[in-house]
Each structure stands twice: as structure tokens, then as C-alpha cells.
Design a protein around this ligand. Structure first.
Ligand SMILES: Cc1cc2nc3c(=O)[nH]c(=O)nc-3n(C[C@H](O)[C@H](O)[C@H](O)COP(=O)(O)OP(=O)(O)OC[C@H]3O[C@@H](n4cnc5c(N)ncnc54)[C@H](O)[C@@H]3O)c2cc1C
Ligand SMILES: *[C@@H]1O[C@H](CO)[C@@H](O)[C@H](O)[C@H]1NC(C)=O
Ligand SMILES: *[C@@H]1O[C@H](CO)[C@@H](O)[C@H](O)[C@H]1NC(C)=O
Ligand SMILES: *[C@@H]1O[C@H](CO)[C@@H](O)[C@H](O)[C@H]1NC(C)=O
Ligand SMILES: *[C@@H]1O[C@H](CO)[C@@H](O)[C@H](O)[C@H]1NC(C)=O
Ligand SMILES: *[C@@H]1O[C@H](CO)[C@@H](O)[C@H](O)[C@H]1NC(C)=O
Ligand SMILES: *[C@@H]1O[C@H](CO)[C@@H](O)[C@H](O)[C@H]1NC(C)=O
Length: 640
């Protein structure tokens, strides 16, 4: 477990003591102060002689009351048509990079690819170190600790894969950023943004590198690495702008397992993902954030009370219901690396809850034909509405294990805020239906005292780093699992699984929650869904580019096309989505897209922030790409 610091607010403690003593009553509203690293900001005066490198961008006026124009208007592009690239005459000189580093107090890192020790063409070449990297390549922690690595190397360009070939000597940066700023102060982020904007460089924002499409990297980029920002502050009596109750303030680099542990320590529950190492304040909240808590309290983005943000012009602001309300709306669900760099978020916490989980598996065999197997999956789907309405969540795998043979497994099914008797009552009809189909299962049902204990005890560790698969996803509305549409939905799912697709499914809904502000940019498709299905397509390790293209095309244009056809107008989850998603604006953002695009033009008029499939990304392209394999390895240019 990575180290983190737990801070206490001296002020809150003092007020509590004084209030206990009857000395004073606490003020009606007191918003928590910024973290220490957030008080270290870049002053205009400090830029002085280096204005050409570090000056701030033009001032931005927030849209009053968050009401934005919703028509897509495209302003004339500002600046050169491409970001400058290593080797260009305009690429900063080594003296200029050194000046940036000095100004940053030494926080600039020149990229060494994570697997460089495996390659003779890097001074880091070291067979023992290479072996250690190969052994841990599928462990997300290895990548999280690295400033530039990305967990889906296919979109980096596979230019420096770990290898056991002792003669390997062709590792290059590929889609990795050129330089990273290991930010430990807000001023570091301000300097990085100002430098990248003034020098016309590509900017990347990297937290953990989890994104399915490697949206946190980019060739020739200066990257802001938020990993070292680890503060966690528990606010037992948060009381700010009308919101009262327990909350957590989380620095940008805090990951799920850290916040769950902090919540456990303080006897509360916090919304986070299912994966131990996903960052909370970065891509998770920006993308919407699904979790085992969703059916009880809504999305991760719904829990956000305020954010601290460095804007594209380099200015540092607080974003909440009153301050920059338009960004408060957009930053909760509108996507990462689009409107600024979030340096911390404050999220609502809930009382501790019991959790009961269930695991079991079934597969085809002597007594279970393929038809019976899929009928069993259909039976489960027929309970999606009832299970989520009761607050439950299901995480399951369905895959082919040989010709005509299939396997289903819960990883687990999860009853949030349920004791074992409550959970058993909920699932018994489902278990009886499976038995009536002739599917024998052996459920293991376990009650835990808290979310953290259930998470620790029941979620499998994640495996990343493979370059042999590619995923897409669909947010199926509840209608898909009701009688009139269930068969058609099941047929579309079966087609993909029969073809070799690996289904990682969630029975989930984003519950309405009057205790939080749910008027945000979360994809509206989440509000209607009870099934979130990720579908992965894989290819052999030795596959040629042509084979990878063919598999990707089948995934997007055949398997997923059927899923789209059976759920017209629904959407997909941008944070676990297809980098080749057709009409990504509709799929990932739905009806929010025009407003999000207008805000992008308003807050980032020079196009400093870019990520594949992010809002406004359709105006840019990474050059030199093969169809269906859109890597981040190439120069970033405006589309003509
Ligand atoms: C194994 C695995 C399990 C997952 N489980 C879940 C889950 O249970 N629930 C769920 O909702 N999602 C899940 N995801 C998806 C996850 O939410 C996304 O990959 C998310 O984008 C990760 O965010 P990050 O900040 O950790 O990653 P990164 O890849 O570092 O960043 C993702 C995006 O956010 C941007 N970004 C990062 N930090 C900031 C910042 N501070 N300010 C602005 N932009 C920023 C990056 O530039 C990039 O575009 C999972 C992914 C994997 C690989
Ligand atoms: C930046 O400075 C630090 C401290 O002097 C040094 O360790 C680091 O290598 C420098 N980074 C670059 C890219 O030169
Ligand atoms: C590096 O060299 C190996 C062995 O010749 C080759 O298989 C691989 O494709 C090369 N990688 C790149 C990115 O060129
Ligand atoms: C199949 O069903 C028969 C009869 O009910 C039973 O005896 C047998 O154990 C079952 N086999 C499996 C693998 O479940
Ligand atoms: C858990 O259930 C209790 C009792 O029904 C309820 O008061 C509480 O709000 C629930 N908590 C959550 C997070 O749903
Ligand atoms: C987490 O799970 C492991 C076993 O999987 C167990 O040893 C450990 O005690 C658990 N930790 C907590 C805090 O529950
Ligand atoms: C769905 O399929 C089942 C089994 O094939 C069948 O009994 C049922 O009538 C079908 N329902 C609809 C609405 O078509």
C-alpha cells in the first residue's frame, strides 16, 4: 500500500474543542482550507524576466450561474496548426528545458521508458532490472509509480515492450511524453501549463495511466504527473455552502485503495471504483466514476462538493456551486484533460455500511448446453432492475472457454448496506430460477462489516499491461432487460461471446440521490442504465497489425454494432470505452456534448488540453496512424 498522509485541520479541531467547552458556537459555514501544496502558487511577479516562457494566458470570464450557450460554435483556430515536436527547430533547446527545470526547483523528469532496462540502446540497460519489470508488468502498481507509463501499450505504439530478447536494442519513446513535471506544488502545474502553452507543446496530464485508450500520454508532450500529491484529509463535520456532514478532501494523486483505507479508519464509506489503483480526483471523477456504491448513492462525480483546479490559462481557482458553476458542472463527468488540471477534490462521505457479497460460477457441461447457459445469463439479466433497485451491484465475467463452451463467474455480486439475511432474501428467487433451468451453482455468501473489508476480501487484483486485447462498452438502459427486449439483448450479447468476445459486465445503476448535486456532465446514459457491459476482443501475441485491425473492426462494427442497434440512443462509458467508438460525442457525452464543447472553447481557446475522445478532440489528430490502431505516437495537429 502506497504511503499517504492523514492531515487534520487544526482549525476544525480547535473549534470543536471550543464548542465542546461552550465557549463559542461554530460559524454557520466554514469551507475547509486548501492543502499546503495548494497555497504554493505562481505569482505574476515571479515570472518577471521569463515572461515569454511562463506568462499566464488570457483571462477567462466564467459563465454566470452555470448556464452555457449550447450551440456548437467553432472559433477560428489560434496558433500554429501543429504542436511542436522533438526535432523541430522550434522545439525548446536544452538550455530552455534546463531553465524550466530550475524554475521548477528540479521537478522536471526526462522520460526513460519503463522497460528501457530491457534494451541495449538505453544507458539504463540492466538484465536484472529488466527481469523485475517483466515479472511485474501486469501489476498496475508498477505503472502507477512510473511518471509516463500507460497500462494499454497498444496505444503507446508498443515501442518499448518488456522483452526477454538480450539483443533488443530498439526501444523508443513512442507515445510516451518527452518530459514530465513531478508536481508537488500548484506552482509546478501552473509553470508546466504556461510553458506548454507559450512554447506550443502538446500537454499531457498523467495520474495513474489507467485509461483504456492511453489518454494520459502523448508523443512530444510535456506531462503533468500528479502522482506525488497524496494528501487525504477527513472532514468529519464539513459545513460549507449549504452542505453539511462527513467529507474527504483528496489530493489529485490519491488512489482508490488509499481512500478506502482512510474511510475505514474513520468509520465511514466513500465512493470509489472497483479497482485498487484507479485515481479518484483524476480520470475517475472526470469520467463519471462507477462503483459498488452507485446503486445506493449515485456516481462518483455526484459526490463532489468542490474542486481546486489550474485552468488552461494557468490560473488557480476553486470550483463549486457558486464559484465557476459552469466548470463545477463540466468537471463532474465531462472528461479528464479537457478543462484544466484538478489538484484536489472534496467528496461527500457516508456512514459505515454492512456489505454482503456472493460468488459462484457455472459453465456448459454434460447437463448445461450452450442454450441453457445463455438462458442462465438471461435469467440473471431479468433481475437487473430488481437487484439495482434494492441497492445491489453485480460484477461478472462471461466468456467462451472452447468451441461451444462458456463460463460465467461473479467477481462478486455485491449487496451494499445489506446483511446476509437481507441479501439472501434478495437473491433466492434468482438462485431458484437457475436451479429450475438445471444450472447447479454453489454460492459463497459472505457478510462484511464495511465497504473496505468487502472490497479487500472480494475484488480480484487487476491485471494490466497486455497488448493483446482491446475493449469497448455499452450502457444498456433498463428496458433492455425487461421482457419485451430481453431476448434481443441476450442475442446481441451471445453473438459477441460466441465470436470470442470477453464480457466483463456490471449490473449497476446510478441511483437518484437528493443529498448530492446530480446536475452535472455525467453521460445521461448512466442515469438510465442497469447494465454496463465491457466487451474485450483479443488477438494472439504474434498478431500482425492487419490482424489487430481486423479484430478491432469486428469489435466495433459487428459485435458492438449489434449492441448499439439493440439500445438505440444509449451510450458508452468514456473511461472504459472504445478508442474507435463511432460518433463518440453522442456515445460518451450524450445530449451534454454541445454545452461541453462550448465550455471547452471558452476555457481552453488555444487548445492546450487534448486527449483522444475528449471534448473537442475531433478538431485534432495524431499524425501517422493506421486505421483502427490510433496510437498516441505521432505529432498532434489541428484537423484541416
Ligand atoms: C483495471 C481497471 C479497473 C477500473 N475500474 C473502474 C471502476 O471500477 N470504476 C470506474 O469508473 N472506472 C474504472 N476504471 C476506469 C478508470 O476510471 C479510468 O481509467 C480513469 O480514467 C482512470 O483515471 P486515472 O486518473 O487513474 O488515470 P489516468 O490514465 O492517469 O488519467 C485518465 C484521464 O484523466 C486525465 N487526468 C488524470 N488526472 C487528471 C487531473 N488531475 N486533472 C485533469 N485531468 C486528469 C488524464 O489526462 C487522462 O485523460 C478502471 C480501469 C482499469 C484499467
Ligand atoms: C532537473 O533537476 C534535477 C535536480 O537538479 C535533476 O535531478 C534532474 O535530472 C533535472 N531534470 C532534467 C530533465 O534535466
Ligand atoms: C524491435 O526489434 C524486434 C526484433 O527485431 C522486432 O520484432 C520489433 O518489432 C521491433 N520493435 C519496433 C517497435 O520496431
Ligand atoms: C448432471 O445431472 C445428473 C442427474 O441429475 C447428476 O447426477 C450429475 O451430477 C450432474 N452432473 C454435473 C456435472 O452437474
Ligand atoms: C443504509 O441503510 C440504512 C437503514 O436502512 C439507511 O438509514 C442508510 O441511509 C443506508 N445507507 C446508505 C449509504 O444507503
Ligand atoms: C485484506 O485481505 C487479506 C487477505 O486477502 C487479509 O489478510 C487482510 O487482513 C485484509 N485486510 C483488512 C484490513 O481487512
Ligand atoms: C424469449 O425467449 C424465450 C426462450 O426462447 C421464449 O420462451 C420467450 O417467449 C421469448 N420472449 C419474447 C418476448 O420473445
Amino acid at each position: 500500500m502506497a504511503a499517504f498522509t492523514l492531515r487534520t485541520t487544526a482549525l476544525a479541531a480547535l473549534l470543536a474543542v471550543l464548542a465542546d467547552a461552550g465557549a463559542i458556537s461554530p460559524p454557520p459555514s466554514s469551507c475547509p482550507p486548501r492543502f499546503t501544496y495548494e497555497t504554493a502558487q505562481l505569482a505574476d511577479a515571479a515570472i518577471g524576466p521569463n515572461a515569454a516562457l511562463f506568462s499566464f494566458g488570457a483571462n477567462i470570464t466564467p459563465t454566470p450561474s452555470g448556464a452555457a450557450g449550447s450551440s456548437i460554435s467553432k472559433p477560428p483556430p489560434q496558433g500554429p496548426s501543429c504542436k511542436f515536436f522533438p526535432g523541430d527547430a522550434q522545439w525548446p533547446s536544452s538550455t530552455t528545458w534546463a531553465k524550466l527545470n530550475t524554475t521548477l526547483g528540479g521537478a522536471l523528469i526526462k522520460t526513460v521508458p519503463l522497460a528501457a532496462p530491457c534494451y541495449a540502446n538505453w544507458p539504463q540497460h540492466d538484465p536484472a532490472a529488466c527481469q523485475a519489470i517483466r515479472d511485474r508488468w501486469s501489476d498496475p502498481h508498477l505503472h502507477v509509480e512510473d511518471p509516463t507509463s500507460a497500462m494499454f501499450p497498444i496505444y503507446q505504439g508498443r515501442t518499448c515492450m518488456p522483452t526477454d530478447d538480450p539483443a533488443a536494442n530498439n526501444c523508443t519513446l513512442g507515445g510516451y511524453a518527452s518530459y514530465s513535471v513531478a508536481a508537488t506544488k500548484v506552482s509546478h502545474i501552473q509553470l508546466a501549463l504556461n510553458f506548454a502553452r507559450n512554447a506550443n507543446l502538446r500537454l499531457a496530464v498523467r495520474n495513474t495511466g489507467h485509461d483504456f485508450g492511453d489518454k494520459s500520454i502523448g508523443a512530444g508532450a510535456l506531462s503533468v504527473w500528479t502522482h506525488k500529491l497524496k494528501d487525504i484529509q477527513y472532514l468529519p463535520e464539513y459545513n460549507c455552502k449549504g452542505h453539511k456532514g462527513p467529507a474527504f478532501k483528496l489530493a489529485a494523486g490519491v488512489v482508490t485503495e488509499e481512500v478506502y483505507a482512510a474511510a475505514e479508519k474513520n468509520g465511514v464509506t466513500v465512493v470509489g471504483g472497483e479497482c485498487r489503483t484507479v485515481g479518484i480526483a483524476g480520470g475517475y471523477i472526470a469520467g463519471g466514476g462507477h462503483s459498488p456504491m452507485a446503486a445506493l448513492v449515485g456516481m462518483g462525480a455526484d459526490q463532489v462538493l468542490s474542486l481546486e483546479v489550474v485552468l488552461p490559462n494557468g490560473r488557480f481557482v476553486t470550483v463549486d456551486e457558486d464559484s465557476y458553476p459552469d466548470l463545477y458542472w463540466a468537471l463532474r463527468g465531462g472528461g479528464g484533460s479537457t478543462y484544466g488540471v484538478v489538484t484536489s477534490v472534496t467528496v461527500k462521505a457516508y456512514p459505515k455500511i454492512p456489505v454482503t457479497t456472493m460468488t459462484f460460477y457455472f459453465m456448459t457441461g454434460p447437463n448445461v448446453t450452450a442454450d441453457t447457459f445463455f438462458a442462465g445469463l438471461g435469467v440473471y439479466m431479468s433481475y437487473f432492475d430488481a437487484f439495482t433497485a434494492a441497492g445491489a451491484y453485480g460484477y461478472f465475467l462471461t466468456t467462451s472457454i472452447g468451441p461451444g463452451q462458456y463460463f460465467f463467474q461473479f467477481m462478486p455480486m455485491w449487496g451494499g448496506n445489506m446483511t446476509e439475511p437481507q441479501f439472501t432474501t434478495l437473491v433466492n428467487p434468482f438462485l431458484n430460477d437457475l436451479a429450475n433451468l438445471g444450472i447447479a451453482v454453489d454460492p459463497v455468501i459472505t457478510e462484511y462489516g464495511s465497504l473496505y473489508q468487502a472490497f479487500n476480501g472480494s475484488f480480484p487484483p487487476e491485471v494490466v499491461g497486455a497488448a493483446d486485447s482491446h475493449a469497448a462498452s455499452r450502457l444498456f438502459p433498463r428496458e433492455n432487460f425487461q421482457p419485451a427486449k430481453l431476448n434481443a439483448t441476450l442475442a446481441a450479447v451471445r453473438h459477441a461471446v460466441e465470436g470470442g468476445g470477453i464480457l466483463v459486465g456490471y449490473n449497476i445503476r446510478a441511483a437518484p440521490n437528493p443529498a448530492v448535486n446530480q446536475d452535472n456532465a455525467v453521460n445521461p446514459a448512466w442515469r438510465k442504465a442497469t447494465g454496463f457491459f465491457i466487451l474485450a476482443a483479443s488477438w494472439p501475441a504474434t498478431a500482425t497489425d492487419a490482424q489487430i485491425q481486423q479484430v478491432s473492426e469486428t469489435l466495433t462494427n459487428d459485435w458492438m454494432a449489434r449492441w448499439r442497434d439493440v439500445s438505440p440512443g444509449a451510450g458508452s462509458y468514456m473511461s472504459e470505452g472504445d478508442i474507435n467508438e463511432p460518433d463518440f460525442q453522442q456515445s460518451f457525452y450524450g445530449s451534454h456534448y454541445p454545452r461541453l464543447y462550448a465550455l471547452k472553447q471558452q476555457y481552453d481557446p488555444t487548445g492546450l488540453f487534448y486527449a483522444a475522445t475528449a471534448v473537442g478532440s475531433e478538431d485534432w489528430e495524431v499524425m501517422g496512424q493506421l486505421p483502427w490502431i490510433p496510437t498516441q505516437n505521432g505529432r498532434l495537429c489541428r484537423k484541416a
